[in-house]
Design a protein around this ligand. Structure first.
Ligand SMILES: [Zn+2]
Length: 392
Protein backbone atom coordinates (compact mmCIF):
# COMPACT_ATOMS: atom_id res chain seq x y z
CA UNK A 1 0.00 0.00 0.00
CA UNK A 2 1.05 3.61 -0.34
CA UNK A 3 1.17 6.32 2.24
CA UNK A 4 -1.49 8.93 2.10
CA UNK A 5 0.42 12.16 1.76
CA UNK A 6 -2.74 14.03 0.94
CA UNK A 7 -2.03 17.73 0.60
CA UNK A 8 -4.98 18.52 2.84
CA UNK A 9 -2.62 18.58 5.83
CA UNK A 10 -0.59 21.25 4.13
CA UNK A 11 -3.50 23.48 5.11
CA UNK A 12 -3.09 25.01 8.51
CA UNK A 13 -5.21 23.17 11.05
CA UNK A 14 -5.32 19.83 9.20
CA UNK A 15 -6.05 16.80 11.39
CA UNK A 16 -2.36 15.89 11.69
CA UNK A 17 -1.47 19.36 12.83
CA UNK A 18 -4.31 19.51 15.36
CA UNK A 19 -3.24 16.16 16.78
CA UNK A 20 0.39 17.24 16.93
CA UNK A 21 -0.48 20.40 18.86
CA UNK A 22 -2.34 18.32 21.41
CA UNK A 23 0.38 15.64 21.55
CA UNK A 24 3.11 18.24 22.17
CA UNK A 25 1.05 20.09 24.79
CA UNK A 26 0.80 23.25 22.65
CA UNK A 27 -3.00 22.91 22.85
CA UNK A 28 -5.22 21.39 25.53
CA UNK A 29 -8.60 22.65 24.40
CA UNK A 30 -10.69 23.40 21.33
CA UNK A 31 -10.13 27.09 22.04
CA UNK A 32 -6.34 26.60 21.90
CA UNK A 33 -6.66 24.77 18.61
CA UNK A 34 -8.84 27.49 17.18
CA UNK A 35 -6.32 30.15 18.23
CA UNK A 36 -3.31 28.22 16.83
CA UNK A 37 -4.94 27.28 13.53
CA UNK A 38 -6.92 30.41 12.89
CA UNK A 39 -9.90 28.18 12.13
CA UNK A 40 -13.39 28.97 13.41
CA UNK A 41 -14.45 27.26 16.67
CA UNK A 42 -17.12 25.27 14.79
CA UNK A 43 -14.62 23.90 12.22
CA UNK A 44 -12.20 22.96 14.99
CA UNK A 45 -15.02 21.29 16.92
CA UNK A 46 -16.00 19.29 13.85
CA UNK A 47 -12.45 18.05 13.31
CA UNK A 48 -11.94 17.29 16.99
CA UNK A 49 -15.17 15.27 17.09
CA UNK A 50 -13.97 13.26 14.08
CA UNK A 51 -10.64 12.56 15.76
CA UNK A 52 -12.39 11.57 19.00
CA UNK A 53 -14.73 9.20 17.17
CA UNK A 54 -11.67 7.54 15.57
CA UNK A 55 -10.13 7.09 19.02
CA UNK A 56 -7.25 9.39 18.10
CA UNK A 57 -8.12 12.04 20.68
CA UNK A 58 -9.88 11.83 24.03
CA UNK A 59 -11.38 14.25 26.48
CA UNK A 60 -10.17 14.10 30.03
CA UNK A 61 -11.20 15.82 33.28
CA UNK A 62 -11.63 19.54 33.31
CA UNK A 63 -9.23 22.28 32.37
CA UNK A 64 -8.78 25.64 33.99
CA UNK A 65 -11.82 27.88 33.78
CA UNK A 66 -11.54 31.40 32.43
CA UNK A 67 -14.94 32.18 33.90
CA UNK A 68 -18.02 30.11 33.16
CA UNK A 69 -18.08 26.35 32.68
CA UNK A 70 -14.70 24.63 32.98
CA UNK A 71 -13.61 23.32 29.56
CA UNK A 72 -12.81 19.65 29.13
CA UNK A 73 -9.17 18.93 28.25
CA UNK A 74 -8.08 17.25 25.08
CA UNK A 75 -5.41 14.56 25.13
CA UNK A 76 -3.90 11.92 22.88
CA UNK A 77 -4.77 8.50 24.35
CA UNK A 78 -1.59 7.12 25.89
CA UNK A 79 -0.59 3.77 27.33
CA UNK A 80 -2.26 1.48 24.80
CA UNK A 81 0.15 -0.55 22.64
CA UNK A 82 -1.67 0.19 19.38
CA UNK A 83 1.12 0.78 16.87
CA UNK A 84 3.61 -1.89 15.84
CA UNK A 85 7.14 -0.97 14.72
CA UNK A 86 10.11 -2.84 13.27
CA UNK A 87 13.55 -1.31 12.76
CA UNK A 88 15.52 -3.87 10.80
CA UNK A 89 19.32 -3.76 10.89
CA UNK A 90 22.04 -5.89 9.36
CA UNK A 91 22.35 -8.17 12.39
CA UNK A 92 19.59 -7.09 14.79
CA UNK A 93 16.04 -5.82 14.68
CA UNK A 94 14.38 -3.56 17.24
CA UNK A 95 10.71 -4.42 17.51
CA UNK A 96 8.22 -2.36 19.49
CA UNK A 97 4.65 -1.65 20.45
CA UNK A 98 3.93 2.06 20.87
CA UNK A 99 0.98 4.23 21.81
CA UNK A 100 -0.71 6.93 19.73
CA UNK A 101 1.60 9.62 21.11
CA UNK A 102 4.62 7.69 19.76
CA UNK A 103 5.71 6.56 23.23
CA UNK A 104 7.27 3.09 23.48
CA UNK A 105 5.10 0.74 25.54
CA UNK A 106 7.17 -2.39 25.00
CA UNK A 107 10.21 -3.12 22.87
CA UNK A 108 12.88 -5.74 22.42
CA UNK A 109 15.92 -6.44 20.26
CA UNK A 110 16.13 -9.67 18.29
CA UNK A 111 19.15 -11.15 16.52
CA UNK A 112 18.54 -11.31 12.76
CA UNK A 113 20.25 -13.16 9.91
CA UNK A 114 19.37 -10.94 6.97
CA UNK A 115 20.67 -13.62 4.56
CA UNK A 116 17.83 -15.92 5.68
CA UNK A 117 15.73 -13.88 3.24
CA UNK A 118 12.69 -11.63 3.56
CA UNK A 119 9.95 -14.24 4.19
CA UNK A 120 11.73 -15.85 7.14
CA UNK A 121 13.00 -12.61 8.67
CA UNK A 122 9.79 -10.58 8.28
CA UNK A 123 7.63 -13.55 9.34
CA UNK A 124 9.50 -13.80 12.64
CA UNK A 125 9.40 -10.04 13.24
CA UNK A 126 5.66 -9.72 12.48
CA UNK A 127 5.01 -12.55 14.98
CA UNK A 128 7.06 -10.64 17.56
CA UNK A 129 5.00 -7.48 16.96
CA UNK A 130 1.81 -9.49 17.55
CA UNK A 131 3.27 -10.87 20.80
CA UNK A 132 4.30 -7.43 22.07
CA UNK A 133 0.93 -5.86 21.24
CA UNK A 134 -0.93 -8.88 22.70
CA UNK A 135 1.09 -8.63 25.91
CA UNK A 136 0.18 -4.96 26.36
CA UNK A 137 0.01 -4.59 30.15
CA UNK A 138 -2.40 -1.65 30.01
CA UNK A 139 -4.78 -2.89 27.29
CA UNK A 140 -8.45 -2.43 28.22
CA UNK A 141 -9.73 -5.65 29.81
CA UNK A 142 -12.96 -5.47 27.78
CA UNK A 143 -10.97 -5.82 24.56
CA UNK A 144 -12.46 -2.57 23.27
CA UNK A 145 -11.17 -0.95 20.10
CA UNK A 146 -8.95 1.44 22.05
CA UNK A 147 -6.41 -1.34 22.47
CA UNK A 148 -6.56 -2.64 18.89
CA UNK A 149 -3.55 -2.54 16.56
CA UNK A 150 -3.80 0.45 14.15
CA UNK A 151 -0.88 -0.31 11.85
CA UNK A 152 2.74 -1.40 11.57
CA UNK A 153 5.71 0.69 10.44
CA UNK A 154 8.81 -1.07 9.11
CA UNK A 155 12.30 0.35 8.51
CA UNK A 156 14.57 -1.42 6.01
CA UNK A 157 18.37 -0.91 5.82
CA UNK A 158 18.29 -0.33 2.06
CA UNK A 159 16.55 1.71 -0.66
CA UNK A 160 12.74 1.47 -0.56
CA UNK A 161 10.57 2.67 -3.44
CA UNK A 162 8.16 4.87 -1.56
CA UNK A 163 5.00 4.39 -3.60
CA UNK A 164 5.11 0.57 -3.61
CA UNK A 165 7.04 -0.38 -0.46
CA UNK A 166 9.39 -2.45 -2.63
CA UNK A 167 13.12 -2.85 -1.92
CA UNK A 168 15.38 -1.80 -4.80
CA UNK A 169 19.03 -2.95 -5.11
CA UNK A 170 20.04 -3.06 -1.44
CA UNK A 171 23.79 -3.38 -0.73
CA UNK A 172 24.02 -6.01 1.96
CA UNK A 173 20.69 -7.81 1.75
CA UNK A 174 21.11 -10.89 -0.46
CA UNK A 175 17.74 -12.22 -1.61
CA UNK A 176 15.84 -9.00 -0.84
CA UNK A 177 16.18 -7.13 -4.16
CA UNK A 178 12.77 -6.34 -5.62
CA UNK A 179 10.95 -7.85 -2.64
CA UNK A 180 7.57 -6.28 -2.00
CA UNK A 181 7.64 -5.87 1.78
CA UNK A 182 4.28 -4.11 1.96
CA UNK A 183 2.47 -6.80 -0.08
CA UNK A 184 4.08 -9.64 1.90
CA UNK A 185 3.00 -8.08 5.20
CA UNK A 186 -0.48 -7.21 3.88
CA UNK A 187 -1.03 -10.93 3.34
CA UNK A 188 -0.31 -11.61 7.01
CA UNK A 189 -1.82 -8.73 8.97
CA UNK A 190 -5.05 -6.85 8.35
CA UNK A 191 -3.84 -3.40 9.33
CA UNK A 192 -1.94 -0.83 7.21
CA UNK A 193 1.77 -1.63 6.86
CA UNK A 194 4.06 1.26 5.96
CA UNK A 195 7.61 0.63 4.76
CA UNK A 196 10.47 3.12 4.57
CA UNK A 197 14.23 3.04 4.77
CA UNK A 198 15.91 3.07 8.17
CA UNK A 199 17.55 6.50 7.76
CA UNK A 200 14.17 8.12 7.05
CA UNK A 201 12.70 6.50 10.15
CA UNK A 202 15.63 7.68 12.26
CA UNK A 203 15.15 11.19 10.87
CA UNK A 204 11.44 11.22 11.64
CA UNK A 205 11.90 9.73 15.13
CA UNK A 206 14.71 12.14 16.03
CA UNK A 207 12.92 15.17 14.60
CA UNK A 208 9.63 14.50 16.39
CA UNK A 209 11.47 13.74 19.64
CA UNK A 210 14.14 16.44 19.78
CA UNK A 211 13.27 19.26 17.37
CA UNK A 212 9.65 19.22 16.24
CA UNK A 213 9.80 23.03 16.15
CA UNK A 214 12.58 23.13 13.52
CA UNK A 215 11.48 22.98 9.88
CA UNK A 216 14.70 21.99 8.10
CA UNK A 217 16.94 19.19 9.33
CA UNK A 218 19.32 16.53 8.03
CA UNK A 219 19.94 13.29 9.92
CA UNK A 220 22.91 11.06 9.06
CA UNK A 221 22.68 7.41 10.01
CA UNK A 222 26.18 5.97 10.26
CA UNK A 223 26.27 2.30 11.19
CA UNK A 224 27.15 -0.75 9.11
CA UNK A 225 25.88 1.28 6.12
CA UNK A 226 25.55 5.03 5.78
CA UNK A 227 22.56 7.11 4.74
CA UNK A 228 20.56 10.19 5.62
CA UNK A 229 17.02 11.39 6.08
CA UNK A 230 15.84 14.91 5.27
CA UNK A 231 13.15 16.95 7.01
CA UNK A 232 11.99 19.83 4.81
CA UNK A 233 9.30 22.32 5.89
CA UNK A 234 8.62 20.06 8.88
CA UNK A 235 8.00 16.93 6.81
CA UNK A 236 10.03 13.94 5.73
CA UNK A 237 11.28 14.70 2.22
CA UNK A 238 11.39 11.53 0.11
CA UNK A 239 11.67 12.93 -3.40
CA UNK A 240 10.03 11.41 -6.47
CA UNK A 241 10.76 7.75 -5.78
CA UNK A 242 11.82 7.68 -2.14
CA UNK A 243 15.58 7.87 -2.61
CA UNK A 244 16.05 11.46 -1.34
CA UNK A 245 18.79 11.61 1.28
CA UNK A 246 20.53 8.46 0.08
CA UNK A 247 24.10 9.68 0.19
CA UNK A 248 25.71 6.21 0.26
CA UNK A 249 26.95 6.28 -3.32
CA UNK A 250 28.04 9.91 -3.54
CA UNK A 251 31.69 10.00 -4.53
CA UNK A 252 34.30 11.30 -2.09
CA UNK A 253 38.00 12.09 -2.45
CA UNK A 254 39.85 8.90 -1.54
CA UNK A 255 43.18 7.59 -2.78
CA UNK A 256 43.11 4.74 -3.55
CA UNK A 257 39.35 4.75 -4.13
CA UNK A 258 38.01 1.53 -2.58
CA UNK A 259 35.56 -0.51 -4.67
CA UNK A 260 31.90 -0.23 -3.68
CA UNK A 261 29.12 -2.85 -3.63
CA UNK A 262 27.36 -0.78 -6.35
CA UNK A 263 30.15 -1.43 -8.86
CA UNK A 264 31.68 2.05 -8.69
CA UNK A 265 34.67 3.07 -6.61
CA UNK A 266 35.17 5.77 -3.98
CA UNK A 267 31.55 5.92 -2.82
CA UNK A 268 30.92 7.35 0.67
CA UNK A 269 29.71 3.92 1.77
CA UNK A 270 32.97 2.29 0.61
CA UNK A 271 35.01 4.80 2.63
CA UNK A 272 33.03 5.80 5.71
CA UNK A 273 30.50 3.09 6.63
CA UNK A 274 31.06 0.62 9.45
CA UNK A 275 31.41 -2.17 6.90
CA UNK A 276 34.09 -0.14 5.06
CA UNK A 277 36.06 0.37 8.28
CA UNK A 278 35.99 -3.38 8.98
CA UNK A 279 37.22 -4.14 5.43
CA UNK A 280 39.95 -1.49 5.55
CA UNK A 281 41.30 -2.64 8.93
CA UNK A 282 41.34 -6.26 7.79
CA UNK A 283 43.23 -5.14 4.69
CA UNK A 284 45.86 -3.67 7.03
CA UNK A 285 46.19 -7.03 8.76
CA UNK A 286 44.10 -6.18 11.84
CA UNK A 287 42.02 -9.12 13.10
CA UNK A 288 38.59 -7.50 13.46
CA UNK A 289 35.31 -9.22 12.62
CA UNK A 290 32.62 -6.56 12.95
CA UNK A 291 31.74 -2.94 13.71
CA UNK A 292 31.71 -3.62 17.46
CA UNK A 293 35.36 -4.66 17.18
CA UNK A 294 36.21 -1.51 15.20
CA UNK A 295 34.51 0.76 17.76
CA UNK A 296 36.39 -0.99 20.57
CA UNK A 297 39.72 -0.36 18.79
CA UNK A 298 38.86 3.32 18.27
CA UNK A 299 37.81 3.69 21.92
CA UNK A 300 41.14 2.11 22.91
CA UNK A 301 43.01 4.71 20.84
CA UNK A 302 44.31 2.20 18.27
CA UNK A 303 46.38 4.18 15.75
CA UNK A 304 45.17 2.51 12.54
CA UNK A 305 41.51 2.44 13.55
CA UNK A 306 41.60 6.07 14.70
CA UNK A 307 43.21 7.20 11.43
CA UNK A 308 40.50 5.39 9.46
CA UNK A 309 37.77 6.94 11.63
CA UNK A 310 39.20 10.43 10.94
CA UNK A 311 39.28 9.70 7.21
CA UNK A 312 35.67 8.50 7.42
CA UNK A 313 34.67 11.66 9.28
CA UNK A 314 36.27 13.85 6.61
CA UNK A 315 34.43 11.92 3.89
CA UNK A 316 31.08 12.33 5.68
CA UNK A 317 31.89 16.03 6.23
CA UNK A 318 32.65 16.55 2.52
CA UNK A 319 29.29 15.17 1.42
CA UNK A 320 27.46 16.85 4.25
CA UNK A 321 29.01 20.22 3.30
CA UNK A 322 27.45 19.90 -0.15
CA UNK A 323 24.11 19.01 1.43
CA UNK A 324 24.28 21.90 3.90
CA UNK A 325 25.30 24.46 1.25
CA UNK A 326 22.52 23.25 -1.01
CA UNK A 327 19.74 22.72 1.53
CA UNK A 328 20.55 25.15 4.38
CA UNK A 329 19.19 23.11 7.32
CA UNK A 330 18.84 24.38 10.90
CA UNK A 331 20.24 21.20 12.37
CA UNK A 332 22.48 18.37 11.24
CA UNK A 333 22.44 15.37 13.56
CA UNK A 334 24.37 12.15 13.36
CA UNK A 335 23.04 8.85 14.70
CA UNK A 336 23.79 5.16 14.30
CA UNK A 337 26.56 3.22 15.98
CA UNK A 338 29.39 5.38 14.61
CA UNK A 339 27.85 8.54 16.10
CA UNK A 340 29.63 7.91 19.40
CA UNK A 341 32.96 7.68 17.65
CA UNK A 342 34.71 10.89 18.73
CA UNK A 343 37.52 11.08 16.07
CA UNK A 344 34.96 10.60 13.28
CA UNK A 345 32.65 13.26 14.68
CA UNK A 346 35.49 15.76 15.23
CA UNK A 347 36.82 15.52 11.66
CA UNK A 348 33.29 15.57 10.23
CA UNK A 349 32.59 18.80 12.10
CA UNK A 350 35.90 20.41 11.06
CA UNK A 351 35.38 19.54 7.38
CA UNK A 352 31.83 20.83 7.51
CA UNK A 353 32.90 24.24 8.85
CA UNK A 354 35.79 24.42 6.40
CA UNK A 355 33.65 23.69 3.35
CA UNK A 356 30.41 25.50 4.12
CA UNK A 357 29.33 29.05 3.45
CA UNK A 358 29.42 31.12 6.66
CA UNK A 359 25.74 31.95 6.20
CA UNK A 360 24.88 28.23 6.14
CA UNK A 361 26.79 27.42 9.35
CA UNK A 362 26.27 30.64 11.35
CA UNK A 363 23.39 29.22 13.38
CA UNK A 364 23.64 25.57 12.27
CA UNK A 365 23.28 23.06 15.10
CA UNK A 366 25.58 20.05 14.70
CA UNK A 367 24.75 17.33 17.20
CA UNK A 368 24.31 13.65 17.98
CA UNK A 369 20.92 12.01 17.67
CA UNK A 370 19.97 11.67 21.32
CA UNK A 371 16.95 9.39 21.14
CA UNK A 372 18.91 6.13 21.56
CA UNK A 373 18.05 2.66 20.32
CA UNK A 374 14.31 3.35 20.04
CA UNK A 375 14.64 6.26 17.60
CA UNK A 376 13.90 4.03 14.58
CA UNK A 377 10.78 2.42 16.01
CA UNK A 378 9.63 5.83 17.21
CA UNK A 379 9.91 7.12 13.64
CA UNK A 380 8.10 4.02 12.35
CA UNK A 381 5.27 4.65 14.83
CA UNK A 382 4.95 8.28 13.72
CA UNK A 383 4.68 7.14 10.08
CA UNK A 384 1.76 4.94 11.08
CA UNK A 385 0.15 7.58 13.29
CA UNK A 386 0.35 10.19 10.50
CA UNK A 387 -1.22 7.69 8.11
CA UNK A 388 -4.02 6.78 10.50
CA UNK A 389 -4.79 10.44 11.16
CA UNK A 390 -4.75 11.32 7.46
CA UNK A 391 -7.09 8.40 6.74
CA UNK A 392 -9.41 9.56 9.53
ZN1 LIG B 1 28.63 2.75 -4.41
Amino acid sequence: MTIDDAPRDALRGGPRELLRWVATGAAVSRADLSRLSGLSPSTVSQRVEALISQGLLEETGAGRSRGGRRPRQLAVPTGGAVVGAIDLGAHHARVGALDLSGRVVQARTLPVRIEDGPEAVLGTLLAEVATLVGDDPVAPADGSAAGALRGIGIGIPGPVQHATGRIVSPSRMPGWNGFDVAAFCAGRVDVPVIVDNDANLMALGAHRTAHPELDHAVYIKAGTGIGSGVISSGRLHRGAQGSAGDISHCRVVADPAPPCTCGNAGCLEAVASGAALVTALRGQGVAVSDLTGVIRLIDDGDRQATALARQAGRAVGEILAVVVNFFNPQVVAIGGRLADCEPLLASMRATLYERCLPLATQTLLIERVAAGQDVGITGAAHLVIDHVVAAA
